[in-house]
Design a protein around this ligand. Structure first.
Ligand code: ZN
Length: 259
């Protein structure tokens, strides 16, 4: 079952990308960029560069997963609770660790230089989902995930289930779609819905530094990093990336290294 879930993840991802692309073009939620084809092209190029540069690191995370299980490493391998409870606790702890890492990506200036590429998008749509600077992706995916797996003792089952929830959610969160108000209201009590996550992309720094949760909203609620603003009340992007030349792929790639 877990092997099947792991194998169908890329297919689910591609189907969802096409589905959300179709929906956001038929029923766009907020204003679309003036040149939407260029916007898609630039974002998919950044995503592709990031994907190619990180492809090998995914294999290393799997190796850490296998090594952790074989050597009984990590917190969860030393608590005596039923297997299902261990998976649920693992998912919660893994998401909490991701929340903390995301905080660091905003608060540590060196990490922010790379993470802000994801935040610099002036329009959110499906192509924004994977618009990460390759080094930002290394921090969030490889360094965090590799460490968390070893320290927490995350199992392959937990890892695959978490990915099966988080990846589709990531695409939906950035798509230019609006879910029914009643659904948003109920779902965001637990899950970081598209409406909830979009607030994190505000150009207003106080809002940018909020709504950090990847999957669950508990962590933002517990630590007070959330608010009641709605996506249609905000402007996306960052002041230092407002000009068109600052949205070019070359600028997005080299800007973290410039003073
Ligand atoms: Zn962020």
């Amino acid at each position: 079952m877990i092997e099947l879930l792991a194998n169908i993840q890329p297919i689910v991802l591609i189907v969802l990308l096409i589905l959300m692309y179709s929906i956001e073009n038929l029923f766009p939620y907020l204003n679309r960029p003036a040149n939407i084809k260029r916007h898609y092209r630039r974002n998919f190029t950044v995503s592709l560069i990031s994907f190619i540069m990180n492809a090998g690191l995914g294999i290393l995370v799997v190796m850490i997963l296998e090594w952790t299980a074989k050597n009984n490493w990590g917190l969860l391998n030393h608590v005596n609770i039923p297997a299902t409870a261990k998976v649920i606790l693992g998912i919660l702890l893994f998401d909490f660790g991701s929340y903390l890492t995301h905080n660091l990506q905003h608060k540590v200036p060196f990490l922010w230089r790379f993470h802000r590429i994801h935040h610099s998008d002036l329009h959110l749509n499906v192509s924004s989902s994977l618009r990460f600077h390759p080094i930002d992706a290394i921090v969030a995916l490889f360094i965090y995930q590799g460490l968390a797996v070893a320290v927490l003792g995350i199992s392959m089952t937990t890892f695959v289930i978490y990915g099966t929830i988080a990846l589709p959610l990531l695409i939906m969160q950035h798509s230019n779609v609006k879910l029914p108000d009643w659904f948003e209201r109920i779902a965001r009590l637990v899950i970081a819905t598209p409406g909830w996550h979009k607030i994190h992309h505000s150009a207003h720094r106080q809002l940018t530094d909020s709504h950090y949760g990847d999957v669950f909203t508990f962590w933002d609620r517990i630590f007070g990093t959330w608010g009641h603003t709605q996506p249609h009340e905000i402007t996306y992007g960052l002041d230092e990336f407002k000009e068109d030349h600052q949205q070019k792929v070359s600028h997005l790639m080299v800007s973290p290294f410039k003073k």
